[in-house]
Design a protein. Sequence first.
Length: 712
Amino acid sequence: MKEQLRGQKATLGAIYGFFKDNYRVVVIAATSIVPLFFIALKWKSSFGDNSPTGILITKGVFHIVHALFLGVCLLVLFSPPWSPRQILPGMPFLAHYYLGALVVGYCAGYFLLVCSPALATRSRLHPLLRIVGYLGWGATVAMLVIVPLGLIARNLNQISLTNARLLDACMERTVGTFPTGPLMIISDDARQLAVMRAHLAKTGRTQDALFFDTQAGTYIDYHLAQKSSQKGWPETFTTTTNRGQIRPIYLIGFLMEQLQKRSLVYLQPTFGYYLERFELNPHGLAYPLSLAPTNSFRDTPPTAADVAANEKFWSEFDRDLLPELQKSLLDEDAPVTPPLKAYLYAKLHLSEERNLTAEALARQYARASTYWAVQMQKLGQWDAAAKHFARSLVLAPKSVAAEMNAEFNTTRRAGKPAPAAISKSVEDRFGRYNDWNSVIGDCGPFDDPRFTFEQARVFLKGGLYRQAYNNFIRATELEPAALTPQLWLADVNIQLGQPAEALRIIGDIRARAGDFGVGSTNESQLIRIEAAAKFRSGDKQGARALLENALADANTTDELRLAATQLYLQYGLFAEAVAQFDFALAKNPADVLSQANRGYACLQLNRIPEACESLSRAVELDPSNSVVRMNRAIALFRAGRYDESRADYLELLATAPDAYQVHFGLGELDLAKKDKAAALTHFESYLKFAPRHTAEYLSVSNRVVELKSPTP
């Protein structure tokens, strides 16, 4: 409930921001709030002038105002350019239309009453007013008949097309590709999931299906609600007392648990942490999930049977549904037919209304078509992929992924070089999309070397190593002579525990250095990656020799020295790291990072005086750095300078009272000074704040027991 209300608040805030200082808010209020406010008040029959003429004028004004409100609110129902549906497409604005309906009902009743034939028969009524009354009553009755017929004529075909021929057909074709047996249907879009659930309920096929909304599914409360609304919902998260958010690792485990009992089917091509353990198997608009192989990080390509089934799906779609769907998509340049309809639309300033449901379906098909086109390109079927991209652009002309992919596909099939690198940032090509998540989620994946490489970097930054790995591989396949994707791929192999593969890539680059254009800068990157791979594979001496040989060169770049130092620290070569820090500090004694890291390395080598000196210098340069101050407190303690160490710990404690490492250090200081009571207090504070189930936590627990035990 809180999440829904938060979403509603955000939407209303966005609408307010859009309409603030904007004439459109006045237009919308004029057809809802303003007339409702007017009719809600009880007005006098005159404004101080009680003469017959004054009363007549007052009543005339009221009649005109009611007629104006009635006419405007009726016209809004036909969605002219200034109606809410046209001003902000996609927003329901149901409250606005409900208010407008109240105004229509009240004003119609007003004229049926004041123009009633029963009143028109009064003998003292002027003949002209009697005629006007009959005309007003008849016009009101006529409008109450004509307007619904006009709305039916304007909307019935669109409703029939959308619900009966497009929406049902889409859902039925999707269901037709589902695996048999129990299912869990998964979606990143709550609306799409709701439509599928409604369709299966209508056709009586929900008994073996569960429906999982991934956006809401990260909350415990969602699972509690589903337990009461979906029969057979798993109890995985329904018995916990924690009502917070669920970590991705547990959600992955949740789906793995369900895969043992039922088939898992996604309703759209997706990305994210689920695909670190699962693979999508495209079947039209459905994407059954299977566990990713454990002996390889490569995605499993579609089989020949999968290709045949998907090509058949899209061929039937092009024949049966695409023409109907295209008819429902608004073409602003198309003339309005037939002539009578065109005449009425021109007089009422109306235009063909956008079918938002059809547009949503078109985007859904376009994204799926783009995804399948990318799969076909990966299989080397570039001509077939071009047809799928063309379909995507027909359905969603503003699809960034389809546009870029189609551009590269055309270049590739023509045998021309890949398009030049983008001069601006990749994100500048996204247009109306804010980031990678939104563009990939709405348009589908990229298969253009320029975008695929950047997509891989985004995945890597988000900790999606498997998906990053596959995109880096794809980037190297699309541009085999590009060095940068090869280097990133080697780096990812190291992070994934495949140093041998990283060394193979580096060896291939060195063997074809001319093809890759390896220079001095790139050579430094090669040395860094090769050394990291050797360290990871256990060849510590080989990595050390490689780095020492490179660092002995007077022309070695600062970038390589920094990378080598980081590797030395990572793999415990602290003496070598200190030598590099000394080199850096000789050039810049005020380098805080080098001073701090040198102190840490000396601390690990038990060179305590040097550690105290470097860390003290780092604290002077950056007094607010808590990590450096903590290391200095430890070094001072080991040097026996207890009072100085305590001063550092107390300063840290003042800014972070729940820092369990500080309480541990203070406890050690108190024990060194034989103050057991004070030590016990700090160790108990450590147990309060520190993470459990660690060796240190167990050691401190035992120490607390010893301190509480009576002295023999």
